[in-house]
Design a protein around this ligand. Sequence first.
Ligand code: SF4
Length: 353
Amino acid sequence: MSSSLHEAMLYEKLEKGKVKCNLCARRCTINDSGTGFCLVRKNEGGTLFSLVYAKAISACVDPIEKKPLSHFNPGALVMSIATIGCNFRCQFCDNWMISQEKKIGGRHFPPEEVVKAARDNGCQGISYTYTEPTIFFEYAYDTAELARQVGFFNTFVTNGYMTPEAVKTIAPYLDAATVDFKSGGDPSFYKSFSSVPSVEPIYEALKEMRRNDIHIEITNLVIPKLGDSIDKIRELVAWIRDNLGKDVPFHLLRFHPDYQLTTIPSTPIETLEKAYAVAKNEGLNYVYIGNVPGHPSENTYCPSCNELLIKRFSFEITRWNLAKDMRCPVCGREIPIKGKLYSSGYSYPYALF
Ligand code: SF4
């Protein structure tokens, strides 16, 4: 066994040296010497190992609004880390250079150094992001545990394709999750453009997150022509409303051409605005349009009296108009924002490596 391997969590040993990985909903059965679909988990002699433990391919300081998380410790800074690999094959991935990389690489950046770097850079939390954190679960888990011990919060940016066991395992240390949908969760889109056989596990993971009191925000990438069905967006919104509640922040993200979908144009603003209206009409209280800096739907408004509560420009909070106890200053409605406002000053994202 190579010293760079780290034994995996959440797997079962099967007969004839096979193993079954139970981290993500693919639940790969892996033969001896084989790797899972994500290519970063390997069976060596009947033991499953992570090939990317403490091998960060990217480490950046980001405003939490970039995740996006708009109702969780606003203004905070997070140390964002990622390894290579993914359990999806999205043809439009904007981090495809690292998510679809097949060669194991990355800088040795163990959990204690991640936490130290977070402290040295004035962060209040750690975010496991850019690629799918489920596939570097052991690294995220150990870092999150350590981070929590010194008072940092932890957030996942995830496609949600996690098993309930994985959610339950990380839950004691996971404060918030941004769960990214595409195309309103249209199953045929997921099959054709992300190589995902079923979207059902994402809903199960979301329910498990809710049961474990993890703060949830949901994004939906709207892709012109291929994934901009208003009916699908309406269905997704109705599911969120009925299963997670009206107060879950919902972000409609503008698509930009990338990777294998460079011939598809950026999402027209009118499409996003139409989807925004549908989400509001279906009853969601906090709907946002993302990737359109300066759009009025980047702001938070009071659902009762429509007072402008938080004005944003891109990832920056430019005006804070909430009373101390997170209430609307005009009508007194309580606004569900977890944590507190950090006013340490806006910072542009910057990369450590
Ligand atoms: S994490 Fe990787 S190995 Fe495990 S089930 Fe998912 S794709 Fe397969």
